[in-house]
Design a protein around this ligand. Structure first.
Ligand SMILES: Cc1cc2nc3c(=O)[nH]c(=O)nc-3n(C[C@H](O)[C@H](O)[C@H](O)COP(=O)(O)OP(=O)(O)OC[C@H]3O[C@@H](n4cnc5c(N)ncnc54)[C@H](O)[C@@H]3O)c2cc1C
Length: 482
């Protein structure tokens, strides 16, 4: 008799559903247990909705910042500003956002079920019995109708994601004090929006709502916005935010937020009180790992409740794998999906490459966008990587000039001896598309000479990547001769 491996996946986000597809292709019997809908938070509340909202914001910014320079006139525009002339119907934008999210979840469900995977709606948790003598584990499913189903699995993947962190004195009410999952129910644009938190999520929403027409205050507990990103890139973005009229408050923490009539008062750690019509809390996330029987099953969590995994997604409990935001490894949909696939390759005995975070390309969807791959300025500064760096402002790029783009740059890092490209940062509109050749170079260990010798289109913003590679080649040669 042919032995079929039984896989149970708890959580149907990118970590879970991508793993399910791979496991089914490899011939396993796969069940996905999901609470809210396939696609997970990535598709239903986080990544897809925010980027759909930002698509509208992007059109507004492009128009607002360049129409005059590019010679576009707006009828009846007697001194009015363009954002007001063209305006945004937020109710309509949000209905589009939700429609797209649901359609994408539906498409994923269809493709997963078509590949032979069983999808169960409910809350999954590990059974208390630990591993059985045959090595299998029990997963319990609490169905919406109150029934409990028991499944047996040869391997379990936990991919339950995370949810927004709530500050005790700033309880979201879904109307004026909001988490990022609640903003899509707004029918009208917030007149004055206070965004608390200047990490990637806070910066993306602050930039988007500012472009849509809200007056935005961004509260940052650090010296600058985007503390985890390239400092030069963060400086460009903060400068752009301020120039466009955003009130960026640095080095102060929001202690609480309360609703006073139709307004919100946010109390800061420096004693100041900021008032707006709405407040969006973007202060991090909490892994969905509570009350899942994990510790009882021998799955180790760290102090933040994240599941500890190795580079092939194994937890400390045999037969239990974990992927995605519940591990806190690198909170991106692409990384969750890769961790999930790796787990399945490992569990099903296929060839497996351990996760390599140094080739992950990531992007901050602000205007300009900030895309990054490989080793960073911080790695070079602390001596973790010895690298030569070149930064080329986009102001000198012919295509950027034609398009009226002034803010941004291309930065490349290469090894001093070999010239191998080890990292890069692009700050530009659509940097998310421009980072790919650099990501390829990092992944394939290409040298700056190889990057410089490939043709780029003239005129193109990517011409600056080739130019940065040429400059690194010259710098490297000069360093070698001296
Ligand atoms: C505002 C925002 C924007 C983002 N934008 C991007 C972006 O542009 N690009 C990018 O790469 N990343 C982005 N991210 C990050 C990305 O959304 C996450 O990294 C990704 O969702 C992680 O996928 P996951 O599979 O781990 O979890 P999730 O997508 O959170 O899915 C987990 C699923 O598990 C379910 N679940 C939880 N507990 C249980 C249980 N006990 N039983 C059954 N089901 C359960 C949940 O309901 C959910 O469906 C963004 C995040 C935020 C907050």
């Amino acid at each position: 008799m042919v032995h079929v491996t039984r896989i149970v996946i708890i959580g149907g986000g990118p970590g879970g559903y991508e793993a399910a597809l791979v496991a089914a292709q490899l011939g396993a019997e796969v069940t996905v247990v999901d609470r809210d809908g396939l696609g997970g938070s990535a598709v239903l509340t986080d990544c897809v909705p925010s980027k759909t909202l930002i698509a509208t914001a992007e059109v507004m910014t492009t128009f607002d910042t360049s129409y005059e320079e590019l010679g576009i006139t707006v009828a009846q525009d007697e001194g009015a500003d363009a954002a007001k002339v063209i305006g945004v119907d937020l109710g309509k934008v949000n209905r589009r956002v939700k429609r797209l999210a649901i359609a994408q979840s539906h498409d994923i469900t269809q493709s997963v079920t078509r590949s032979g995977v069983t999808v169960l709606r409910g809350r999954g948790r590990l059974g208390s019995g630990g591993q059985a003598v045959d090595g299998s584990r029990e997963v319990l499913v609490d169905a919406p109708d109150g029934t409990v189903q028991s499944l047996r699995a040869d391997a379990v993947l936990i991919a339950t994601g995370a949810h927004p962190r709530v500050v005790p004195d700033a309880q979201p009410d879904g109307e004026r004090i909001l988490t990022w999952t609640q903003v899509y129910d707004l029918e009208e644009l917030p007149r004055e929006l206070i965004v608390v938190g200047s990490g990637v999520t806070g910066a993306e929403f602050a930039g988007a709502y500012q472009a849509l027409g809200s007056k935005v205050t961004l509260v940052s507990s650090r010296d600058r916005v985007l503390p985890g990103e390239d400092p030069d890139a963060a400086e460009v973005l903060e400068d752009v935010f301020r120039r466009r009229g955003m009130n960026v408050m640095s080095r102060t923490r929001a202690e609480g937020a309360k609703r006073v009539g139709d307004e919100v008062e946010v109390t800061l750690s420096n004693g100041q009180v900021v008032t707006g019509t709405h407040c969006l809390m973007a202060v991090g996330s909490i892994p969905n790992t509570a009350e899942m029987g994990l510790e009882e099953a021998g799955v180790k969590l760290n102090d933040w409740g994240q599941i500890q995994v190795d580079r092939v997604s194994r937890t400390s409990a045999p037969g239990v794998y974990a992927a995605g935001d519940c591990t806190g490894v690198f909170m991106l949909a692409s990384v969750a999906a890769m961790q999930g696939r790796i787990a399945m390759y490992h569990a099903l005995g296929d060839a497996v490459q351990p996760l390599n975070l140094k080739t992950v390309a990531s992007n901050v969807f602000t205007d300009p966008e900030i895309a990054t791959v490989g080793y960073t300025a911080a790695d070079v500064e602390c001596g973790k990587m010895d690298a030569v760096v070149v930064k080329l402002p986009l102001r000198g790029n012919p295509r950027a000039k034609m398009q009226g783009i002034r803010d941004g740059f291309v930065k490349l890092f290469c090894r001093p001896g070999t010239g191998i490209v080890v990292g890069g940062v692009v700050v530009a509109p659509r940097a998310s598309e421009l980072i790919h050749p650099i990501a390829l170079a990092v992944d394939a260990n290409l040298t700056v000479e190889q990057v410089a010798s490939a043709f780029t289109v003239y005129p193109s913003v990517s011409g600056s990547t080739a130019e940065a590679a040429r400059q690194l080649h010259i710098r490297k040669r000069a360093d070698g001769e001296s």
